[in-house]
Design a protein around this ligand. Structure first.
Ligand code: SF4
Length: 268
């Protein structure tokens, strides 16, 4: 069996249901899996319909499981296991693992990954919907992650009208942290820099790692002082002693030689 390494991870040739994401997605996880097409969270900034070539209305109508998904995932997982790959697989980039619809496939997918020796990570705006699967997560190799753009419910409902409210996402992070599971927060997109800085202040006691990015394709992309934001965010995270990864869009503003590891072990 053939496999190849790239800067972003290990992909087994011929596998597409478990794959090493590239580019900006590769900054999130060494491996990923996408059980669904569509997502009911309706984030106004969502870029996925462009990638999956779906009409936004169809995409926002809700998630559907990809055809024959679990069988295909298992087929790939067998190949990864045969090669001894044990990396974390993140679910997901093209939908949310805890979207508002039926997410039983998420649990089955996580079970398949675990059964084949792989680590798991879910990145979600579904908040406490994720607690259903908390029993699957292992302290020594798995992670639970949430995207937060604001602590303000009205702000979130404007930008992420179908997602769980920020308080609910924070409750989920606390619950996973309370179980000893590694937690991280995606501060991307940053739609309001003050909001993102406030999120760190409010969550650092139960969040292990922050991944910090900016926003693309919005007016703020061109008008915000991203250098100032990067410096303020880095100072805040350093003062709090929090692990962090500054994404490529903001890396030009880091001091030369700044320690900014792409892969931070996500376990306790
Ligand atoms: S949760 Fe993710 S996939 Fe779903 S609409 Fe929002 S940005 Fe898109």
């Amino acid at each position: 069996m053939i496999y190849y390494l790239n800067a972003d991870g290990v992909s087994v040739r011929g596998c597409s249901y478990i794959y090493a994401p590239r580019g900006q997605a590769g900054e999130y996880a060494p491996l990923a899996a996408n059980p669904y097409r569509g997502c009911g969270h309706k984030c106004a900034y969502c870029y996925v319909p462009r990638v999956t070539k779906q009409d936004r209305g169809e995409f926002n109508a809700g998630a559907v499981v990809r055809g024959n998904y679990l069988d295909e995932l298992r087929r790939d997982a067998v190949k990864y296991q045969a090669l001894g790959v044990t990396e974390q697989v993140m679910i997901s980039f093209t939908s949310d693992p805890y979207h508002p619809g039926d997410t039983t496939t998420t649990r089955k997918a996580l079970e398949i990954l675990i059964d084949h020796g792989l680590g798991i990570c879910t990145l979600t705006k579904g908040g406490t919907r994720g607690l259903r699967d908390i029993d699957l997560f292992r302290r020594d190799r798995d992670a639970f992650a949430s995207t937060l753009t604001s602590l303000d419910t009205a702000f979130s409902r404007k930008w992420e009208s179908g997602a769980a409210d920020p308080d609910d996402r924070i409750a989920a992070l606390k619950a996973f942290h309370g179980r000893g599971i590694f937690t991280w927060v995606s501060l991307e997109p940053t739609i309001d820099v003050e909001a993102s800085l406030s999120i760190v202040d409010a969550t650092h006691e139960f969040v292990d790692l922050y991944k910090v990015g900016r926003v693309n394709y919005l007016p703020i992309t061109k008008t915000e002082d991203w250098e100032s934001y990067t410096h303020r965010m880095v100072n805040r995270l350093q003062q709090l002693g929090k692990k962090h990864y500054i994404k490529k869009d903001l890396q030009p503003f880091l001091p030369e030689g700044y320690h900014n590891p792409l892969r931070i072990p996500q376990h306790h």
